[in-house]
Design a protein around this ligand. Structure first.
Ligand code: G3P
Length: 217
């Protein structure tokens, strides 16, 4: 399963990309709005760092505007993926942009029916928001299971990109279900590294080593 970072923060991306486990980045207007500087330049820097798919989202809500903004996003870097919302105009824009050979990520997906539309429109990625479903007392990971089943039944090429991940359990469940990608904030990726027994074990190994060296000296 691929791991993407869900942020527009270049420092966080640099830090995690240096470890070598990051396959791509997702952004949205809320995330990019938090960062200083020009968003196009920031997206270009992100592409240069990760050298993998980087989603940049349109803010137009009409078909023509989405196509115009989508074309502009695609000129930033060959790694750019055009993110469009799951609306009628968004699905129409996905179909048109994918037909031109662009990579498209259909976002704000909250049902299997919507995910079916994204696949039929030729999306490269579909982004179901599991955390936001959990927030409204609906099991977000059940939606992932449904989408993976449906895509498998028809061998759709669209990759299931689990978004709005809030904790490591979302990531582990996504991997068990066979989702293609998880995108997580840097804080959640940091949590993946942690286990108290790792720290305790390492401390003991190092102490035992030091003790042995002292005896030999
Ligand atoms: O970028 C899309 C999605 O991952 C947003 O997550 O945490 O704002 O629900 P969140």
């Amino acid at each position: 399963m691929k791991l993407f970072i869900d942020t527009g923060n270049i420092k966080d991306i640099e830090t995690l990309a240096a470890i070598g486990i990051i396959d791509g980045v997702t952004t949205n207007p809320s995330l990019l709005a938090k960062e200083p500087g020009d968003y196009r330049q920031n997206l270009k820097k992100i592409c240069d760092i990760v050298k993998g798919p980087v989603s940049g989202e349109v803010v137009a809500t009409d078909f023509a505007g989405m196509i115009r903004e989508g074309h502009d996003i695609a000129t930033i870097d060959p790694h750019m993926v055009i993110k469009v919302p799951l609306t009628r105009d968004g699905i129409r824009a996905c179909k048109a942009l994918a037909g031109e050979g662009h990579k498209v990520n259909v976002t704000l997906v909250f049902s299997a029916a919507q995910a079916l539309l994204a696949a039929k429109a030729g999306a490269t990625f579909v982004s179901p928001f599991v955390g936001r479903l959990d927030d409204v007392a609906t099991n977000g990971m059940e939606l992932i299971r449904e989408i993976v089943d449906i895509y498998d039944n028809y061998e759709f090429k669209t990759e299931v990109l689990v978004a709005s991940c809030r904790h490591p359990i979302h990531i582990v469940e996504a991997a068990r279900m066979g989702a293609d990608v998880c995108t997580c904030p840097p804080s959640v990726i940091d949590q993946l590294f942690n286990h108290p027994l790792t720290n305790i074990g390492l401390e003991k190994f190092l102490k035992d080593w030091e003790k042995a060296q002292a005896v030999k000296a």
